[in-house]
Design a protein around this ligand. Structure first.
Ligand code: ATP
Length: 332
């Protein structure tokens, strides 16, 4: 059964220069107990989409479409209900843990905060639960007394994961949870995430520019380009046999963690992603596409079926137009 359903979700930022269509018509489903990876270059709209799921966007963002969490419309929730849902039903782990933690508050107090706010622990009983959570993410209980600057990047990211787990949510949204970490620590944190998913049956939406990381952790992948999903399907299939040329370039990129060049230029692709305020006509990817056809600049692109449980928005998977049926007139 679907835990999360996105139906034609769009996000537009209103800025002085005009409107920025950051997310355009995204429809996706996440089944309970499964993990969905969202991939794409910088600026493709991944973080905007993640923030929209819990209505964490700034005021200048207008969100359209429907976001159903366990059948409940997130966009229609009153503030009180939304506050109850955040942390307790769905929580988010942000990119770069150093920005997500308060530098002058002890780790233990920060992990305890959502528990106290949601009435899941009293100040005297929270300490035991904090110790349990630290243990779950592989940190000793005494770390509760530490301040964020006393921890390594990987340890801080574990603390963020402990906070996200605190209220036993059904869904965790992780936005680039390992991007700022070196390769060894990244592997440890990914292993931890996989163990926690398996143990607790939590559903995950994980965002990354690195398709190989997502394919390792997630059951399904969605690839975003210029605010749209251009391909989605089972992880292994999208990673090993991509049907969209943009997914193929991302899969071949093998980006180095923290290397801005590989982040910005998937292998074999020239140019930059388009400015959302000045999108190319037709298929937005056509100016960079190595296999573009003459018709791509005017193509009315859709997510066409590209195999069982797979879809891709590329002319090369478009079903042949059905020939008009021949009619035989029988004249008696
Ligand atoms: N607060 C904002 N106001 C206006 N435009 C914004 C705002 N936040 C993001 N954008 C624009 O929306 C588009 C999508 O940005 P977003 O951060 O969602 O992409 P991303 O794929 O998560 O990139 P990254 O990996 O760099 O975080 C970009 O063009 C960005 O400039």
């Amino acid at each position: 059964m679907a835990l999360l359903e996105l139906d034609d979700v769009s996000v537009t930022y209103r800025i002085a220069a005009g409107e920025v269509p950051a997310v355009r018509g995204v429809s996706l489903t996440l089944d309970a107990g499964t993990a969905l990876g969202v991939a794409g270059e910088s600026g493709s709209g991944k973080s905007t989409l993640a923030m929209a799921l819990l209505r964490l966007l700034p005021r200048d963002a207008r969100v359209g479409g429907r976001i159903l969490l366990d059948g409940e419309d997130v966009l229609a929730m009153k503030w009180g209900r939304l506050r109850a849902v955040r942390w307790a039903e769905a929580s988010i782990v942000f990119q770069g843990a150093q920005h997500g933690l308060n530098p002058v508050q002890r780790i233990g107090d920060q992990i305890a905060e959502p528990l106290l706010v949601h009435g899941l622990a009293r100040p005297d009983s929270a300490r035991g639960r904090v110790a349990e959570l630290l243990e779950q993410v592989g940190l000793p209980a005494w770390r509760a007394r530490s301040y964020p600057h006393e921890l390594s990047g990987g340890q801080r990211q574990r603390v963020m994961i402990a906070m996200a787990l605190a209220c036993s949510p059904r869904l965790i949204i992780a936005d680039e949870p390992t991007t700022a970490l070196d390769v060894m620590v990244q592997a440890q944190v990914l292993t931890l995430i996989k163990e926690l998913l398996a143990e607790h049956g939590i559903s995950l939406i994980m965002i990354s520019h690195d398709l190989s990381v997502l394919a390792d952790v997630c059951d399904r992948l969605a690839v975003m380009y210029a605010g749209r999903v251009v391909e989605h399907g089972p992880s292994r299939e999208v990673f090993h046999d991509p049907k969209h040329p943009y997914s193929a370039a991302l899969a071949a990129a093998f980006p180095t963690v923290g290397d801005p060049v590989s982040r910005l230029a998937p292998k074999g692709l020239g140019g930059d992603p388009p400015d959302p305020m000045d999108l190319p006509p037709g298929c937005s990817f056509h100016p960079r596409c190595p296999v573009a056809l003459d018709e791509c600049p005017t193509l009315d692109v859709e997510l066409w079926p590209a195999g069982p449980e797979r879809r891709a928005a590329c002319v090369h998977v478009r079903p042949e137009k059905a020939e008009p049926a021949e009619t035989t007139l029988e004249v008696s």
